[in-house]
Design a protein around this ligand. Structure first.
Ligand SMILES: Cc1cc2nc3c(=O)[nH]c(=O)nc-3n(C[C@H](O)[C@H](O)[C@H](O)COP(=O)(O)O)c2cc1C
Ligand SMILES: [Fe+2]
Ligand SMILES: [Fe+2]
Length: 405
């Protein structure tokens, strides 16, 4: 895509990544892709805000060359040092040797550690401003969204916020870059939630602190470094990020994420009965087979729904491995404040239930019911599973009433 002037003398000079399979080496984006949005402000002085991944440096530099003479670049603003935004820096500086690099002190230290870069750098203070001519940039330190050096840049006169990873989302920009021109806003919002739960959710407190820092600032355009630019409704993505971040400390939305894994389907039979119980209470439930669905796609429901049903057998004295992986990721991502239940099959001494109990306690999940059974569940076992579903659904409903009231 060609550069786009998003405000007078403010240019989107982003790049789509349709090459990377796993973002951060972890999160599948093979189908969805991602954009690295970079922004150029052309004034008496020129400034570039966030760059691109190293691998795409050629495309990125060609993109820049469309709008200005790179050798005249005055400033590079490093909102965030992660290499998806700073990777192109080395190549850029070969063409723009005089450019000064600005970032929070920790970002400048990282530039030395990652790229051996020590010249022409400036350590910014929180709230510091930089005048470019008609435009002024203000740098606001917003640590841990999602690294310790992260800051957001605000273009004062034009009321544009450049929050880098904050308010970002997966998904390439397919011809349109704005919330009001993209083909499917719902899809981008869902991919923003997936990005949020994968990358940012563990730092929800820091996101809320960052939102607070801009509480009195007028924002007419939110221009993140991944995903859509929010022009028609800039408040929308901020509100979504606020709502999602608040779930770190609250019971979230009514609904249940049912996670299951099985070797010989014994556990699945009990799961089916539990789902009948949940359905009889009218609580929405989504079932994920942890053997088939990457945890990246499970985290959005796990984060936003207040109920979790874990159904998995014992494997070598432990939790079924694929389920253990999902639960450990949930722990890392600080999925807390859940109403939870467990059921699973075993054959001799069990072990999965104990593993579940331990992790649930660690995450502060309220366990409504948990039981294991030998072999295939018989009539009694299925009745128990149905009842477990009913109990979990009721607990989900009443946790909501408590938090609403
Ligand atoms: C590789 C393997 C390891 C197992 N390890 C244990 C174990 O350590 N303790 C136990 O009680 N059962 C163990 N089992 C038995 C299963 O938990 C049991 O067959 C259960 O019914 C499987 O449930 P599923 O049909 O939902 O897969 C193991 C089974 C397999 C195939
Ligand atoms: Fe990042
Ligand atoms: Fe990023």
């Amino acid at each position: 895509m060609k550069p786009i002037e998003i405000r007078p003398n403010v240019w989107w000079v982003g790049i789509n990544d349709r090459v990377t399979d796993l973002f951060e080496g972890l999160w599948p984006i093979r189908e969805e892709g991602i954009s690295y949005n970079s922004y150029l402000i052309k004034d008496e002085k020129t400034a570039l805000i966030d760059l691109s991944k190293e691998m795409l440096s050629d495309d990125y530099l060609a993109q820049l060359a469309e709008v200005f003479d790179i050798s005249t670049l005055d400033y590079v603003i490093i909102n965030h040092m992660e290499p998806d935004h700073s990777g192109a820096l080395t190549r850029l500086l070969e063409l723009a040797p005089k450019a000064q690099i600005l970032g929070m002190p920790k970002a400048i230290a990282m530039l030395a550690d990652f790229y051996g870069l020590t010249e022409n750098t400036e350590r910014l203070k929180n709230g510091q401003e930089l005048n470019l001519g008609a435009n002024t940039l203000r740098f606001v330190y917003t640590p841990f969204v999602h690294w310790p050096e992260t800051m957001m840049t605000y273009l004062v006169e034009q009321k544009v916020l450049f929050p880098c990873d904050g308010y970002g989302g997966y998904g390439t920009l397919d011809g349109a870059i704005y919330d009001d021109t993209c083909a499917d806003l719902d899809w981008y919002e869902a991919e923003s939630l997936r990005y949020f739960t994968n990358i940012v959710a563990a730092f929800s407190k820091s996101v809320l602190a960052a939102i607070d820092k801009f509480a009195d600032t007028q924002i007419e355009l939110v221009a993140p470094s991944h995903g859509l630019i929010w022009r028609k409704n800039p408040g929308r993505i901020v509100e979504l990020y606020r709502r999602w971040s608040e779930y770190y400390n609250s019971p979230a939305e009514e609904g249940i994420t049912a996670l299951f894994g099985t070797m010989y389907r014994n556990t699945e039979h009990a799961l089916s009965a539990a789902l009948e119980g949940i359905a009889s209470e009218g609580v929405p439930v989504t079932v994920y087979d942890v053997r088939k669905t990457n945890v990246s796609y499970i985290l959005p429901d796990l984060w936003t729904r207040r109920g979790v049903l874990v159904a998995a057998p014992t494997y070598e004295g432990q939790m079924f491995p694929a389920m253990m992986d999902v639960l450990m990721m949930a722990d890392r991502k600080r999925v807390k404040h859940k109403q939870a239940a467990y059921l699973g099959s075993y054959a001799w001494s069990g072990g999965a239930k104990a593993a579940f109990d331990e992790l649930a306690a660690k995450m502060g999940w309220q366990v409504v019911n948990a039981f294991d059974f030998i072999g295939r569940p018989q009539t009694l076992g299925l009745d128990r599973a149905r009842e477990l579903g009913v109990q979990l659904a009721r607990a989900v409903k009443s946790a909501g009433q408590r938090s609403d009231g």
